[in-house]
Design a protein around this ligand. Sequence first.
Ligand code: PGA
Length: 241
Amino acid sequence: MYFIANWKMYGDIKSLNTLNRVIKFSKSKEINKGRLIYCPPYTLINSFLKKFKNCLIDIGAQNCHENETYGPHTGFINARMLKNIGANYVIIGHSENREKGESNRLINLKIKNAIKAKLKVIFCIGETLKEKRQKKTRQILSKQIKLGLDKIKNKSNIFIAYEPVWAIGTGMIPKTEDLLKTIKFIKSKFKSKSPKILYGGSVNPNNIKNLKKINIIDGFLVGGASQNSKKFIDIVKKTYS
Ligand code: PGA
């Protein structure tokens, strides 16, 4: 199981101290088969890499520029740069960025170039509350998958993170039976082997007991709760208990 911490625009040098607990946990038996990946803001990637030097915790970024090559794009960072400093993952298509205008086409370009740069991609999809109410969830997910993964044959380095927009940061999660159906639906979109599927949106130590019942989920993308090491560790522990 994969446990991915999305720190969003939080964290400073002081927060590095809070990771000691996670490092210790990652070396204990309790980690079981859990794999931890931290996606801090760009400014902390290097510090996190140093901090995790002697353990198996991996590092990712939260977005990247769509261009494969370097170029005059003030303020941006591309996949090649991320790989160069030692990141192995990148989150692409997060709803907080879709909201700001990232289209499915742009996301597709980002994914293609991230894969070329040999990064593993955490590709986020999900419907808004309005779309859910209009019963458009499947239609929206199909479109996001079709356009986001257009002309990408080899999907072995892609993880799909199903994150209903209405569940992000709200404390709400889908009903178990609905989530199971949606994950099955996402899997059915792939003829041969489906990419690994993660769930994200308000995952916390209290609701993990329910979420883990859906045994076709390959892991969780955790926002808010991941900034608190104890909570993040509890999520992993409760997944296996
Ligand atoms: P949340 O965020 O866990 O705080 O809801 C998840 C995400 O945005 O990836």
